[in-house]
Design a binder for this molecule. Structure first.
Ligand SMILES: [Zn+2]
Length: 166
């Protein structure tokens, strides 16, 4: 258990994600985050956010186990939003007070360790390492890989950078 020392624990995220991939029998892309959320006992709602939440991509209500997704976003982005909020559900149930809404801005650049973990969770869940490697061995371009996994190219770029870090 981390003690809120301000650092993202990527190793733990990787372990949690790989358990979820196994439990949901995910063997090929694309990964449907909504289905995994529902298999995990959560409800996913696509809603028209009021104007003051117009810049919000989505959020999780821990108490009602509901993920709210901005219905104005593209399906790829919504899939990422659900995966991101799912990350908070699996990783941060005991740190609800530090939780933040997910904004509709490009991913990356977050400084909060919780947000970094949730983004890493989402990217690793939607683009599992072995499936990514498979595509790269076939010399697929990042944009073709993105289409296959139904994520934005930014997510693939992020995943490849992550793999090279490890
Ligand atoms: Zn978040």
């Amino acid at each position: 258990m981390t003690c809120g020392d301000g650092r993202a624990d990527y190793k733990r995220v990787k372990e949690v994600v790989s358990g979820i991939i196994d439990n949901n029998f995910i063997t090929q892309p694309p990964v449907n985050a909504k289905k995994i959320a529902e298999n995990s006992g959560l409800v996913v709602l696509f809603v028209d956010f009021p104007e003051k939440l117009a810049e919000v991509a989505g959020f999780l209500d821990f108490q009602s186990k509901t993920i709210y997704v901005n219905s104005d976003d593209e399906p790829f982005r919504q899939n990422f939003t659900i995966a991101h909020e799912l990350g908070h559900w699996f990783l941060h149930k005991n740190r609800v007070s530090e939780y933040q809404l997910l904004m509709r801005k490009p991913i990356g650049g977050e400084t909060s360790p919780l947000e970094k973990e949730a983004n890493f969770f989402a990217a690793s869940l939607l683009v599992p390492a072995d499936m990514l490697l498979n595509c790269r061995l076939q010399n697929m371009s990042n944009s073709d890989i993105a289409k296959k996994f139904k994520v934005t190219k930014a997510v693939i770029d992020l995943r490849i950078a992550d793999e090279q870090k490890a």
